[in-house]
Design a protein around this ligand. Structure first.
Ligand code: BTN
Length: 333
């Protein structure tokens, strides 16, 4: 049996092989793999056999080498990180088959000192958490459930900016992977054709004047079928599959999402919140719409004017009073 160190060396070689397949996009000879990876040809063959057992379809072409024909839609750390075009984020990816909540797991790891950019992914969650104390239905094999650890040097009052950043990233990823035009509904729902396709739950550990870490929790309904939705949903919900009739590859989606988050986070650290706010507003299209807000204590109606510097939704009520909404459910009327 391989020890922990042996297993992680095996995973590193698997990752390198997948990276080489991605880089070349064509046939690679066993000899070249053995040279680049600095392992014997027998070891190369063993790794190819191992990858096949994980569901990768790799052809052996007589006398010329190996060719990757198809990747399985399973979320493994090697598959998620191989050749990822990201700098800060996704360097450490933890893939769990089953967990209570990826947010809880990421929070626990962050408290233990996990570095910025660590991503926790799960195939299924049995206690998925939603906003306002609700639960997030998380059946296996179909959707994306992930939580990313960030450690920005910002005060706690600015943490909402990263919620907006993650909403923009999810919207962009949906657009590029499913060719749909999503709409961001304040504070952090992603709607497709008026129905909720993704939700964000961001949690923070902070002191009075600085953030220790933020966990960005992201759930995207990728391939869920109609009969997999719970009956008691408060708002209409959908999946990308239900909207397009096409299955979304989870692996490809999560890789695009990490790369997009990485690009946006880099820009945020360099240029600040303004570009995020601008894109959030463009993608939200809420300005000028009439909404009803069910807040924690009151209900109000009015026309959306924008968001202020602390992320509150500004709603112009009849009579000229502008309400600052900090939490609640918004319905577009
Ligand atoms: C919402 O209510 O809209 C927020 C849903 C957030 C769900 C995601 S799934 C991954 C992460 N882990 C959780 O327990 N929740 C978030």
């Amino acid at each position: 049996m391989r020890g922990k160190a042996g297993q992680s060396a095996d995973r590193a070689i698997d990752r390198q092989i997948l990276e080489l397949f991605r880089e070349r996009g064509s046939v690679i000879s066993g000899g070249e793999l053995s040279r680049v990876l600095k392992v014997s040809r027998t070891a190369v063959w063993k790794h190819i056999t191992g990858l096949r057992a994980q569901g990768y379809r790799i052809e052996s072409l007589h006398a010329s080498g190996y060719r990757l024909v198809e990747s399985p839609d399973v979320l493994t750390s090697a598959a998620v990180t191989a050749g990822l075009a990201a700098g800060r984020l996704g360097r450490q990816v933890i893939c769990l088959a089953d967990t209570g909540s990826t947010n809880l797991e990421a929070y626990r790891l962050a408290e233990q000192g996990a570095p910025e950019g660590t991503l926790v992914l799960a195939d299924t969650q049995n206690q998925g958490k939603g906003r306002l104390g609700r639960s997030w239905h998380s059946p296996p094999g179909v959707n994306l459930y992930c939580s990313l650890i960030l450690r920005p040097s910002i005060p706690p009052v600015a943490a909402f900016q990263l919620t907006f950043l993650s909403a923009v990233a999810v919207a962009r990823a949906i657009e590029s992977e499913a060719r749909l035009r999503p709409f961001i509904k304040w504070p952090n729902d992603i709607l497709v054709n008026g129905k909720k396709a993704a939700g964000l739950l961001n949690e923070m550990s902070a002191e009075v004047d600085r953030v220790n870490f933020i966990v960005l929790g992201i759930g995207v309904n990728l391939n869920m079928r109609a009969d997999q939705f719970p009956d008691d949903l408060r708002h209409p919900a959908t999946s990308l599959f239900l909207e397009t009739g096409e299955t979304v590859n989870r692996l490809s989606f999560v890789r695009t999402l990490i790369e997009t988050l990485d690009e946006l986070y880099d820009r945020y650290l360099r240029d600040g919140y303004d570009p995020v706010r601008k894109e959030w507003l463009e993608r939200s299209g809420m300005v000028g719409l009439r909404v009803a807000v069910d807040g924690t204590t009151e209900r109000l109606e009015g026309v959306v004017m924008g968001i202020d510097d602390s992320g509150a939704l500004l709603v112009d009520q009849a009579g000229g009073t502008v309400a600052r909404v900090l939490a609640g459910d918004v319905r577009i009327l």
